[in-house]
Design a protein around this ligand. Structure first.
Ligand code: ADP
Length: 199
């Protein structure tokens, strides 16, 4: 029986509002497909922790829940997608987040001579998201998990990121998955929905 684990290449984007479970599902899927999960938020946090120049630039935006400027983010993603471990694919988590980043991702992939296989959108209603984010704030203590910053990030998602799905839908790339339920339940739902897009 064929399964998504048999896919030769897998170039994927995972989208969804804060708290929808993107990071968790991206990590599980990355393991299953044996491609790296690339989270722009994680790269920024690692740089902030490491005290790099990129980290110092990013922190002034991440701490407020604002997007880091496209020039910085785009260069970082271009660099990461050029690495050797990405040759069979990747799962991009947290990018693209606005229309300019969609254009840039197309340009980066075009330069590499590859294209996306699918864009996964994990959905969940705002009440569920807020409940999950409140739990995460207690567990992880992220600097940007204050009530005010969470609200700002959800607003930016709704205004700038959620509308991007229609562009991907018109390219027949969009795979919508209900993010409510147990982690393994969502993972198998996602795998089944993704199957027709991978070969
Ligand atoms: P969340 O999705 O919970 O907001 P992330 O870990 O994806 O968390 O991102 C954390 C922060 O990193 C964002 O609030 C933003 O400041 C910055 N960031 C991540 N990805 C991008 C991006 N594609 N463009 C601009 N800023 C980004």
């Amino acid at each position: 029986m064929s399964s998504i684990s048999d896919a030769v290449t897998a170039r994927l984007v995972i989208m969804g509002p804060q708290g929808a479970g993107k990071g968790t599902q991206a990590a599980l899927l990355a393991e299953r497909l044996d491609v790296p999960a690339i989270s722009t938020g994680d790269i920024f946090r690692a740089n902030i922790k490491g005290g790099t120049e990129l980290g110092r630039t990013a922190q002034s935006f991440t701490a407020k829940g604002e997007l880091v400027p496209d020039s910085v983010t785009n260069a970082m993603v271009r660099d990461r997608l050029g690495a050797d471990d990405v040759s069979r694919g990747f799962i991009l988590d947290g990018y693209p987040r606005n229309a300019a980043q969609v254009t840039e991702l197309d340009a980066i992939l075009g330069d590499l001579g590859v294209s996306l296989d699918a864009v996964i959108e994990l959905t969940a209603d705002r009440d569920e998201l807020l409940a999950r984010l409140a739990r995460r704030a207690e567990l992880e203590g992220r600097e940007d998990d204050t009530e005010e910053t969470i609200a700002r990030r959800l607003d930016i998602y709704a205004e700038q990121t959620a509308p991007l799905t229609s562009a991907y839908a018109s390219r027949d790339l969009l795979v919508q998955v209900d993010g409510i339920g147990a982690i393994d339940e969502v993972a198998s739902r996602l795998g089944a929905a993704l199957e027709p897009h991978l070969s």
